[in-house]
Design a binder for this molecule. Sequence first.
Ligand SMILES: O=C(O)CCC(=O)C(=O)O
Ligand SMILES: [Fe+2]
Length: 260
Amino acid sequence: MVIEHCIDDWPAYTKWNLEYIKTIAGDKIVSLYDDRPVNYKDGFNKPHATMKMSEYIDLLQREPTKYRIFLWNIFKEVPQLQNDFSFPDFGLRLMNKLPMLFFGGKDSFTFMHYDIDLANIFHFQFEGKKQCILFDQKQGKYLYKVPHSLITREDIDFGNPDFKKWPALQYAQGYICELNHGEVLYMPEGYWHFMKYITSGFSMSLRAIARNPRNLSKAIYNLFIMRNYDNLMRKLKRQQWIDWKNEQAIIRTNKKNHII
Ligand SMILES: O=C(O)CCC(=O)C(=O)O
Ligand SMILES: [Fe+2]
């Protein structure tokens, strides 16, 4: 699932690093996520802080930080960056309006999740190194997934899982890889993914719409119903709703796997 040497001819392959992004987009204000647990006061997948991009890059270069940029469509703000890469022909129709950048500090991680639109994702690594752990959809029943969400229990450390605390995890069969400069990770539609930044760095995702009709209908459900329902319940039931979902993650996983 890791493709090598596929972007060696892109200008971005040699040009794009943190220093370059700082010179070209340093004055932009960016939204940042950290690893705090979901709180009812936040909307569905909402950021936790903002910073000037130049300050954020200084931080990334200076010290480990939990702050990440998740899904930044930088190309809307700095369109000339689009000249540095092309949309490769992977046999899937890539959505060219939605190239997204992801940044993170050393030791930060992106929680285990699948993408709301169950897209096919091509994840291009520019600066830094990250560890990626992937599971197909069928493994979902072992992962303590939180109902009405796209994530698993946030207190599971997928980089070093505690099988005593989370026994169902030992049945999950997944993939693990390290992604380096210039490499591309292909994540088939609906795959669960967890990413840990081994060093600070950044990457870009290109996506192609789900082709399996079941995945496509799930995407439509997630985008138009699940997300709104979850937001509504946060307003009505507050932290109780979040706590109930987290409890259900355990109850349902145990039940499915006959764990008492
Ligand atoms: O790189 C990351 O932090 C997360 C990437 C991701 O979730 C994605 O490409 O869909
Ligand atoms: Fe993702």
